[in-house]
Design a protein around this ligand. Sequence first.
Ligand code: C5P
Length: 432
Amino acid sequence: MTKSNALADKQIILGVSAGIAAYKAPLLVRALTALGADVQVVLSANAHHFVTPTSLQAVSGHPVRQNLWDESAEAAMGHIELARWADIVIVAPVTANTLAHLAHGFAHDLLTTLCLATEAPIFLAPAMNQQMYQHPATSANLETVRSYGYQLIGPESGEQACGEFGPGRMTEPNDIAGALAFSVANIDQSTSQTKIRPDLRDDRLSGLTVTITAGPTVEAIDPVRYISNHSSGLQGICLAESALRAGASVNLIAGPRVAQTHPDINRIDVISAEDMFNAAMASIQETDLFIGVAAVADYRPAVSATEKMKRSGEPGAGVSLELVENKDIIAHVAEHPDRPLVVGFAAETNDTLAHARAKRIRKKLDAIVLNDVSDPTIGFNSTHNAATLIYDHGEVTLPKQSKQQLADNLITNLAEIFGKKLADTKRQSVTN
Ligand code: C5P
């Protein structure tokens, strides 16, 4: 059980509201306690229809709270007692209904009341039907809670309990725990703002500009459907934070649904591979080190319909979609006559080293970070990762560790291996 992380010994209130994803709440309690946190669960008024207080009590080791009128609570003020106890509040799942109550300051049950009463940072992991998620009222409520400083984790896109497909799936418990640990690592308690402590910054990459691509890209089929992948962007965010801590100016070219990032990171939000390509090419002149972490969609629909495609109405009728290959962003950056130092990622399942070595040479990369994605405990849907950094004169093995630790180790190695080259080729504009 690791204690060396941002959630070790943190007191966390897990609020659970009444959505089908509430059945994953015990797994989230397990994921948080595995990181060393002490977790108390508070159910919204109706959440007990989806998950039993008994299971949650068993995994958290605390009685589950759900009643605003609990006479046994301290001075009969359970909401104040819990609000003060919490270092962090996470509501997962937060339904459209609970979100609306939080956005408008309602306090009709213990969960919404304690959210109003607490000074602890509040995180929300939305889960709802995709139409509900995309309703303008929900979008406005999300915007409103963001303006209060609440941080959103997810949602993801995919198949939903209702049988529909789209955005609104709750982020998986392990990923919520990882995202929470990552955000909390950078919270300055005095301001509740995401902040990298100044004393943690050093000058290994000072004066240099690092540009990182992260997350998935989304390729539109029509106005409501798209092709994408499960990338969360977490490894890219961790690298951006590590580069910032090493003193660099950091651009993060982020695909959709990539979580919130530090305010000192210059974030460029993009949707499609083409947008990401344009942003990457526009960054070349100022970039000293380019790191391509994004899971760029390899193909996009040849034509993106302007109107929603209709069903033919005939069961079993086929429809085919013509796909065309997207440009290889990192290879174009590496081929540019004024290219920066370029580092790529390679997710491989077999003959991993041979494939990654070949990819580094084919794409003209200075280094490549190999992830063996045949191991299900690391990579895509995990807070942990393992890698081999391959460059022209050697290879560094980085065993399984958190994505943040791995990012720190990669930046340390890149600064050591390429420090002199980076200093020699530093962009003039930086020194002017
Ligand atoms: O060829 P493959 O997709 O495995 O290469 C992975 C590396 O290439 C990653 O660094 C990824 O960010 C980058 N890439 C890219 N543009 C693409 C496809 C991959 O920059 N269209």
